[in-house]
Design a protein around this ligand. Structure first.
Ligand code: ATP
Ligand code: MG
Length: 226
């Protein structure tokens, strides 16, 4: 049933119960094939980030299932979930989330060191990835010495560090100007084509969303036809 898909959700529900009760996801059904590049759109508050957090194993559903690479993530304990996350999933947040006291190269090395890579190997791969995102001359810069778009590209390189099979971006183009957003989005798409990774990207820009293989539109916690 979930086999053959990179990501699949079945009757996925999420209810937040702090203060007022919010039904953020109301029975989301979706299936994403290996290698697909899918964009997710929808109004503010429609549940996009909540959905990505479930797919990325950052939060747990209230009901239903999430299968990642055929594994029902709700059956995993916290340790196995963390390990799946570090191994198989690369997450790019809306705000880059880089560690401020570390250089671009170190930020890209850290997830590799966490998963047991040797330092030399991690440094080499970090240099290579930062070169791919056009930052070969910014390796030793710290986040505050980089522009918003450059930090976002470091975050993309970091997400790719452990060769995840799935890359998830929550508005990875961030609060950049149109031209920078465009470039970041294209970079995401090119990386998807070159590596065969599965990519799932939230964007509020319909024009960018339409460059994906397919668009999934959320309204009020449910998938609707586009
Ligand atoms: N941790 C939380 N606790 C309580 N309610 C939450 C929490 N996270 C999200 N929500 C609620 O769930 C709903 C969906 O939020 P979500 O962040 O997924 O929306 P979104 O589609 O990503 O919006 P945006 O485009 O503004 O980022 C919103 O109504 C929000 O208030
Ligand atoms: Mg959001």
């Amino acid at each position: 049933m979930s086999e053959g898909y990179a990501v699949r959700t079945v009757a996925l529900r999420k209810v937040f119960t702090n203060g007022v009760e919010v039904e953020a996801l109301r029975g989301v059904e979706m299936a994403i094939e290996y290698g697909e590049f899918v964009s997710i759109t929808g109004p503010s508050g429609s549940g996009k980030s909540t959905l990505l957090n479930m797919l990325g194993g950052l939060d747990r559903p209230t009901g239903g299932n999430v299968f990642v690479d055929g594994i029902d993530v709700s059956t995993l304990d916290d340790r196995d979930l963390a390990s799946l996350r570090n191994r198989s999933i690369g997450f790019v947040f809306q705000f880059h989330n880089l560690l401020p006291e570390f250089t671009a190269r170190e930020n890209v090395m850290i997830p590799q060191l966490v998963s047991g890579s040797k330092k030399g190997r991690a440094a080499e791969r970090a240099t290579d990835l930062l070169t791919q995102v056009g930052l070969s001359d910014r390796l030793e810069h710290r986040p505050y010495e980089l522009s918003g778009g450059q930090n976002q590209r470091v975050a993309i390189a970091r997400a790719l560090a452990n060769e995840p099979s799935i890359v998830i971006g929550d508005e990875p183009t961030g609060s950049n100007d149109t031209e920078t957003s465009d470039r970041i989005y294209d970079l995401f798409r090119d990386l998807n084509r070159n590596t065969g990774q599965t990519s799932i990207v939230v964007t509020h820009e319909i024009e960018l969303a339409e460059r994906a293989d397919r668009r999934i539109h959320l309204v009020d916690g449910q998938v609707v036809d586009t």
